[in-house]
Design a protein around this ligand. Structure first.
Ligand code: SF4
Ligand code: SF4
Length: 831
């Protein structure tokens, strides 16, 4: 950590790198033999929102001989500083460099994150290719949905987990503990015996396997790796004390996986194939997880995750039980993946009870015909009914999601999409003139292990033309049209069905500067073109139709779906024939279940007495309290909004309840004083809160509450005092007329400049206000006192009326260069 201390003041969002999160686990490296870094190849805000990494973190840290820490891809500014200063990338918890771990495990969810794998290895001084790494390097492994076709990145990994990682990770650790003193080849050969573990270097026949005529499709005489399946989710641990990310993670809430697998069988959907069969967690387990996790995190939103949440067998019972708890705690419950048809008025009424979180309907295709081809068995009538019920109940916005370029698509299907959207627009504007639809369109990408895996992907040109046409059509009031950049879909298509030859392209693209390719503002299509050209590989071969007679690069990965099933489904697609839902109809014999160990797990019967008891609501008497807090050490890098969220959640975790405002979006009644700039420390800041101790509502809030909350706050952030505040004025009364600062200067200053300043009558500087207007300020009038208080230390007393920042004094009076001002440690003193 010492190493990055000097970098933090210069980077955007330093909170990404300080590890100031609640529920973080720090184990002793000296006493724990197996040390694993869980790496996520995207930024902190994305990675911390991913449930899978929390699941593995929880499981590994429960193992007495293993520890897990996390690392996310540093943003380009941070990566640049690390490189320039030769500081190796380290994990968040103990700031141990990655190269010192025994295993680094990557979670791979999106193909356009692949260059970030190389960035993380590069910043850790670890060679990219597994063949270049000896025993002195950690074993590099990967898992996640992208790994159902691991070939494009398999050269970089020592081992790859196919399928559910919960049990496999424990087996990998146990095996590693048994043989870690031996050569890494020995460890790999032991790992190769585990179900769901693929060791790429033991499969040497796969280079461009799709073009290998000697290889028969689906040839099981070849070695293959079978997907690992957690057969009953109630038996695998799920985090009930998840790490609470700081800043603005994309999903700033508790994500609870209610079920895995989907039985709908949409033919384009890889997730619907590779997560089979459906496995639901029990209502009892979910309620217990939710109540423990919400108390341990302080979140005010819970998201019930699954591929199709509305299909959960007892969704209404689960929701009404969840609501009973969440409603009184002002916690919103969201169901992000609902399917039109399952989104019943009863369900909407339940969602609406606390807060109207938005939802998405994914018709995918515009015409009933094309929906039959893709087996998306929802009719236009169902879509219209769902949308009108939602707007009848007061929703103002619905997101619609479509794909273009689906197999057999004709211009008529595109017209049908436009017609459907326009009809929905007409419908919703009957309810409210403010109502609108967010319409998202992306290009269909044929994915491995689906009935469409052999299909051609439409060309970049076709894709661009259709998007341009849709843009024109949807340029009307009430519709917001968004589309995925066709060049991104083009690239994603190549990597989805790619082979081992692509590893050289990835290295070349990284060397040319490709990074964070999943971020539209950072995606550099021209550099990717250059990378393919330089390596001499044609891109079109990956997007073309694949012959049924040739082997596919992922044929050796057995996700437990039979090839014959996929072929039958393809035939049915051509015939526009539907396949039923194996949850409610008969088994479609996809090959996944053995009906002994692996079978669908649904909540057939539930007993109402199995629900955990819900805490009664106290008739609270809220107390208005003025709190004083200090912000020092790394907590000074927290932005104001980050800090507010951290403090509110810390109170909740400590068992306090806030009074809420009334209205559509109730907010806790907390007011903070003027925000401190990120990087500035303070001995005394204030906020006013209306709270009650939920465990003992009659108890007077006093010094005891400070200890309880401080135990929940990150290092450097501390409640120092509290006092009764009978009016709102208590906060404004604390606003000082003058503020004293103690500043550790970033470089030596000329004492004469201070003398000149103090002896001058005026000292006019120009400053831009928030509106961009130039203001002239007489600094001499505003700076009341200034002197060097010790070696490299400046004391400064400034008038607080015009919010003059000390950085302005450093730059204008002392002539300190703007670029080094962030290195000055500024402490706002207690007035
Ligand atoms: S409903 Fe269809 S698209 Fe959605 S997860 Fe299930 S199979 Fe996939
Ligand atoms: S084997 Fe049958 S029940 Fe199991 S997932 Fe496949 S279709 Fe569904």
């Amino acid at each position: 950590m010492k190493n990055i201390q000097n970098i933090l003041p210069h980077v955007e969002k330093p909170a990404r790198y300080i590890g100031a999160e609640a529920n973080i686990i720090e184990k002793d490296h000296q006493k724990t033999p197996c040390r694993i870094a869980l790496a996520f190849p995207d930024m902190y805000e994305i990675g911390t929102s991913h449930m899978g990494i929390q699941v593995l973190y929880n499981i590994i840290n429960q193992h007495p001989k293993a520890l897990a820490e996390r690392v996310f891809a540093p943003a380009p500014d941070m990566a640049g500083y690390l490189k320039d200063q030769g500081i190796p990338l380290s994990a968040l918890e103990t700031h141990t460099p990655l190269v010192q771990f025994d295993i680094i495990g990557f979670s791979l969810l999106y193909e356009l994150n692949y260059t970030n794998i190389l960035s993380i290895l590069d910043l850790s001084n670890i060679p990219f290719y597994s063949s270049e790494r000896d025993n002195s390097f950690p074993l590099i492994i990967a898992g996640g949905p992208c790994m159902c076709n691991p070939e494009p990145v398999s050269d970089f990994f020592d081992a790859i987990v196919i399928g559910d990682g919960e049990q496999v990770i424990i087996q990998l650790i146990e095996t590693w503990l048994d043989c870690h003193n031996q050569d890494r080849q020995k460890i790999l050969s032991e790992w190769a015996k585990l179900e769901g573990v693929y060791i790429p270097q033991f499969f040497d026949c796969l280079q461009s396997k799709a073009q290998n005529d000697n290889q028969k499709p689906g040839d099981r005489s070849q070695k293959y790796v079978r997907r690992a399946i957690a057969s009953n989710l109630d038996n695998v641990p799920f985090p009930d004390h998840p790490v609470v990310a700081v800043g603005k993670p994309v999903h700033d809430r508790y994500s609870l996986e209610i079920a895995r697998g989907c039985t709908r069988g949409c033919r384009f959907c890889q997730a619907g194939m590779i997560y089979r069969p459906v496995r639901e967690r029990s209502v009892h387990n979910l309620l217990q997880l939710a109540s423990t996790a919400l108390a341990s995190t302080g979140y005010d939103e819970i998201s019930l995750l699954s591929l199709s949440s509305g299909d959960y067998s007892h969704i209404n019972t689960l929701m009404s039980q969840m609501m009973a708890y969440c409603h009184q705690e002002r916690i919103a419950v969201s169901l992000p993946s609902l399917r039109a048809g399952t989104l019943t008025p009863e369900l909407m009424a339940l969602i609406k009870k606390v807060r109207k979180t938005g939802f998405t309907i994914a018709p995918e295709a515009g015409s009933n015909r094309l929906r039959k081809v893709i087996n998306k068995n929802i009719t236009e009538e169902q879509i219209i009914k769902t949308v009108s019920s939602a707007f009848e109940m007061g929703w103002q916005l619905i997101k619609l999601y479509f794909m273009i370029g689906l197999p057999s698509e004709t211009p008529d299907d595109i017209e049908a999409m436009i017609d459907l959207v326009k009809r929905l627009r007409f419908l919703i504007r009957q309810y409210s003139k403010k109502a609108h639809l967010n319409v998202s369109v992306s290009t269909f990408i044929p994915k491995p292990h689906t009935p469409f895996q052999w299909c051609k992907q439409i060309s970049l040109d076709e894709s661009q033309k259709t998007i341009t046409y849709l843009k024109e059509q949807f340029n009307v009031k009430g519709i917001r049209f968004k589309w995925q950049d066709p060049r991104v879909s083009f690239m994603e298509g190549i990597w989805s069905r790619g082979d081992r030859q692509l590893s050289a392209v990835l290295v070349k693209a990284y060397q040319l500067g490709c990074l964070f390719d999943g971020w539209s503002d950072r995606f550099q299509f021209d550099l990717w073109q250059k990378a393919f050209e330089r390596v001499g590989i044609s891109q079109d071969q990956y997007l073309d139709r694949r012959s049924f007679d040739s082997a596919l690069p992922w044929d050796h990965i057995d996700v437990r779906i039979k090839r014959s099933f996929l072929l039958d489904e393809w035939q049915k697609a051509i015939n526009e024939a539907q396949t039923g839902d194996c949850r409610t109809e008969t088994c479609n014999l996809c090959g996944c279940c053995d009906f002994e160990k692996i079978k669908p797990v649904t909540n057939e019967k539930i007993q109402t007495n199995e629900f955990p008891k819900i805490k009664p609501i106290h008739k609270n008497t809220f107390q208005k309290i003025l709190f004083t807090y200090t912000k020092r050490l790394n907590a000074r890098f927290l932005g104001h909004l980050e800090l507010v969220t951290i403090i509110i959640r810390a109170f909740r975790r400590a068992g306090f309840r806030f009074e809420y405002s009334q209205g559509f979006h109730p907010m806790p009644k907390v007011s903070f004083g003027d925000p401190l700039p990120s990087g500035m420390a303070s001995e005394a800041e204030y906020f006013l809160a209306s709270i009650v101790d939920d465990q003992d509502p009659s108890r007077k809030i006093g010094a005891y509450s400070l200890d309880k909350v401080n135990a929940q706050l990150p290092e450097g952030l501390n409640l120092a005092a509290c006092e009764d505040a009978h009016s709102k004025k208590a906060l404004s009364e604390k606003k000082p007329s003058q503020i004293a600062y103690q500043i550790t200067l970033p470089n030596e200053v000329d004492h004469q400049r201070i003398t000149d300043f103090l002896t001058s009558k005026t000292f006019i500087v120009s400053r831009q206000n928030q509106k961009g207007n130039l203001l002239k300020i007489d600094l001499r009038e505003k700076v009341i006192k200034m002197h060097l208080s010790g070696p490299g230390q400046l004391y400064c007393l400034i008038d607080n009326q015009k919010m003059i920042r000390p950085s302005l004094v450093l730059e204008s009076v002392l002539g300190i260069d703007k670029s080094v001002i962030p290195c000055a440690e500024i402490l706002k003193l207690c007035s």
